[in-house]
Write a protein that binds this ligand. Structure first.
Ligand code: SF4
Length: 311
């Protein structure tokens, strides 16, 4: 019998049992749009095409918040997170209905915050952009912020077509990709994230989006240990990434959204990433490459995504 892989090992460490063998896929009748609340309240709506996220990141805050995902999708102590996914029935028809009703006109949409938008099937994301491209200008949102660590570049041409044909009144970008990069260490990605793309693919995705002149913000979250932080940042800057948002792991207290078992694991295995001194040193590195005015830490970084930052 082969030994467990890196993700299985971390999962066993956190939950004291083996991970589920397979991901269970089902369907949900839930709507695709919800009024924003909590830390996402700077947007008018959040959008999700799925309930649950196959990414299965062990640091993900979603399974520790009962408001963010149903109990059956989270499982006891978050142990089924990443293994229960419900795709929304008639998702594109529901989205079209909201467009036609004028619900989205000049509104801001965060896609998504509780499941990675690009973990959804390609046919769904493609249909969503085709629907937006066909919508009259007056129905279109002011801004759609895509929060992802998957491959939005598969829709790069459609995103670019939509962006070129859409001019928000506030002068900001109609589409903004907030691309999550927590580390360049493939060993950590494999140990902490069940099914997300490796770092090199994420960089390729960002490069492709920038080649289409799409607005990209690099979101260093949650900020882990890096092999070559300066090199990665210099590359992002050279590609024209607009700015950096950054979220450190917090050991405890308000704003410590990482599940407690994962924080305990970090304290044992990677205590530096919880250390405020180490964090400030790394913040200084990020600022030295992008400039302090292009590095937003914590909530201001998130709030900026809804605004009119020029790309
Ligand atoms: S991809 Fe995002 S939403 Fe999905 S599990 Fe990972 S952190 Fe959570």
């Amino acid at each position: 019998m082969s030994s467990p892989g890196p993700y299985d090992q971390t999962y066993r460490h956190l939950f004291r049992m083996a991970p589920p063998d397979t991901v269970q896929y089902g369907e949900s009748d839930a709507d695709v749009l919800s009024p924003s609340r909590g830390f996402m309240a700077g947007f008018d709506y959040t959008m999700q095409l799925q309930v649950g996220c196959p990414g299965g990141c062990l640091f993900c805050y979603v399974p520790s918040g009962p408001r963010f995902a149903p109990a059956a999708v989270r499982g006891p102590n978050g142990s089924r997170w990443g293994f229960e996914v419900r795709t929304k029935r008639n998702a594109i028809a529901k989205f079209q209905h909201h467009l036609e009703a004028g619900d989205l006109a000049d509104r801001t949409v965060y896609w998504s915050g509780v499941t990675d938008p690009y973990a959804a099937p390609p046919v769904m994301t493609r249909a969503l952009w085709e629907t937006l491209c066909a919508a009259p200008a007056a129905w279109r949102p002011r801004r759609i912020a895509i929060q992802t660590r998957f491959r939005p570049d598969r829709d790069a041409d459609l995103l670019a077509r939509y962006a070129r044909a859409t001019t928000p009144a506030d002068g900001g970008p109609p589409v903004l990709v907030s691309y999550s990069l927590g580390t360049d260490r493939e060993d950590l990605i494999r140990a902490w994230e069940r099914a997300t793309p490796p770092f090199r693919q994420r960089m390729a995705a960002i490069q492709r989006l920038r080649e289409r002149e799409l607005c990209v913000v690099a979101t260093l979250s949650p900020f882990g240990s890096w092999h070559d932080l300066c090199g990665a940042l210099a590359q992002l800057d050279a590609w024209g990434v607009a700015y950096i948002t950054l979220l450190f792991f917090k050991a405890a207290g308000p704003g410590a959204t990482t599940p407690a078992p994962f924080r305990a694991y970090l304290a044992e295995a990677y205590p530096e990433v919880l250390d405020p001194t180490w964090q400030q040193e790394h913040l200084a590195i990020v600022q030295s490459v992008f400039g302090p005015e292009r590095v937003l830490v914590g909530r201001p970084g998130f709030a900026s995504l809804a605004g009119a930052w020029r790309c």
